[in-house]
Design a protein around this ligand. Structure first.
Ligand code: SF4
Length: 62
């Protein structure tokens, strides 16, 4: 299991890669999953193209 972003990134269009949540990457022998610490569905179906909880990583807190 790993928390670092894998390379190459799976689902390159996913908003999660640019999110301040921050997401965690869970890698198994056969798959990579993205664990969202914010949403109730902890492993959102990828790629996430819209998300009401998205906040850009690196942006100042509101
Ligand atoms: S809050 Fe939304 S965009 Fe951010 S990591 Fe979770 S599912 Fe992805």
């Amino acid at each position: 299991m790993s928390q670092d972003a894998p390379a190459p990134l799976p689902w390159p269009d996913s908003l999660c890669h640019r999110c301040a949540a921050p997401p965690r990457y869970v890698k198994t022998a056969t798959s990579t999953f993205l664990l969202c610490p914010v949403r109730a569905d902890k492993y959102p179906r990828q790629p996430v193209l819209r998300c009401p909880e998205f906040r850009p990583a690196g942006a100042p807190a509101p």
